[in-house]
Design a protein around this ligand. Structure first.
Ligand SMILES: *[C@@H]1O[C@H](CO)[C@@H](O)[C@H](O)[C@H]1NC(C)=O
Ligand SMILES: *[C@@H]1O[C@H](CO)[C@@H](O)[C@H](O)[C@H]1NC(C)=O
Ligand SMILES: *[C@@H]1O[C@H](CO)[C@@H](O)[C@H](O)[C@H]1NC(C)=O
Ligand SMILES: *[C@@H]1O[C@H](CO)[C@@H](O)[C@H](O)[C@H]1NC(C)=O
Length: 190
C-alpha cells in the first residue's frame, strides 16, 4: 500500500514537472537569435620575437614557452606607435591536445608618448592562426578608454623577414559599442 501511494505520488510529481517545463523548448525556439555585436578595427601590429628560451619539458601546467617580445610596431585609426623590448609570451602547450595558447605581457608606446601595457592570451585555432583576448592598461588620459574595451585579435606567425627574428602580425578589433573616449570626474574629457 505504502509502495503504491509513493509510486503514484512520484508519478504525479513527474507529470507536474513535465507540465511545468513543457513550454520550455518551444519558447526557446521562438526567441530570435541575437544580433552579433559589431567590431571596430583597433590596429595591426607587427611583433618581433626572439626564439623560445624554454625546453620542451612538461611542467605542472603543460609545456611552458618563454618567447621574448623585443620590438615591432602597431598602427590603427586611433593609436599607433612602437612595441618596446620589455615583454614576452609565456604561452603553454597543452600536452593532451598539443594546442599552444599564448600568454603574453608587453608594452606599446604610442607615437605621442603614452605607455600602454598589454596582456593577451588565447589558443591556436584550427586554421593555424592564434585567437587572442587582449586587455589594455594605461594611465594616459587620451588612451584611457582602452582600459574599458573588450578586444580580440587574430595572430599570424612566421611572416617573411630578412632579419634574424620571428615576425608576427596581430590584427585587433574591439566591440564597436565600447567606450572610445573618457569622461573624467571633476575634469574635462579626453
Ligand atoms: C612595422 O613593421 C613591419 C614589419 O617589420 C614593417 O614592414 C613596417 O614598415 C613597420 N611600420 C612602421 C610604420 O614602422
Ligand atoms: C639568430 O639568432 C639566434 C638566437 O638569438 C642565434 O642563435 C643565431 O646564431 C642567429 N643567426 C644568425 C644568422 O645571426
Ligand atoms: C564614439 O562612440 C560614440 C558613442 O558610442 C559614437 O557615437 C561615435 O561615433 C564614436 N566615435 C568614433 C570615432 O568611433
Ligand atoms: C570630485 O569632486 C568631489 C567634490 O569636490 C570629490 O568629493 C571627489 O573625490 C572628486 N573625485 C575625484 C575623482 O577627484
Amino acid at each position: 500500500m505504502w509502495h503504491s501511494v509513493s509510486t503514484q505520488g512520484w508519478a504525479t510529481s513527474m507529470l507536474a514537472l513535465a507540465t511545468c517545463f513543457s513550454w520550455l523548448p518551444t519558447s526557446i525556439a521562438t526567441i530570435p537569435v541575437p544580433v552579433a555585436p559589431k567590431l571596430s578595427f583597433l590596429y595591426t601590429a607587427f611583433v618581433e620575437c626572439d626564439p623560445n628560451l624554454m625546453d620542451t619539458s612538461v611542467g605542472p601546467h603543460g609545456i611552458r614557452k618563454s618567447i621574448p617580445i623585443v620590438g615591432g610596431n602597431f598602427s590603427g585609426p586611433h593609436l599607433s606607435g612602437k612595441i618596446l623590448d620589455v615583454g614576452a609570451d609565456w604561452g603553454l602547450v597543452d600536452p593532451q591536445t598539443n594546442v599552444f595558447s599564448a600568454d603574453t605581457r608587453y608594452n606599446f608606446r604610442t607615437d605621442d608618448g603614452a605607455d600602454i601595457f598589454l596582456q593577451t592570451a588565447g589558443p591556436k585555432a584550427p586554421d593555424g592562426h592564434l585567437h587572442l583576448r587582449i586587455i589594455f592598461e594605461t594611465g594616459s588620459p587620451k588612451y584611457y578608454w582602452l582600459n574599458n574595451v573588450v578586444a580580440i585579435g587574430i595572430l599570424t606567425s612566421n611572416l617573411p623577414t630578412n632579419r634574424n627574428i620571428s615576425l608576427l602580425r596581430i590584427d585587433a578589433w574591439n566591440f564597436a559599442s565600447d567606450w572610445n573616449s573618457t569622461q573624467f570626474m571633476n575634469a574635462t574629457s579626453a
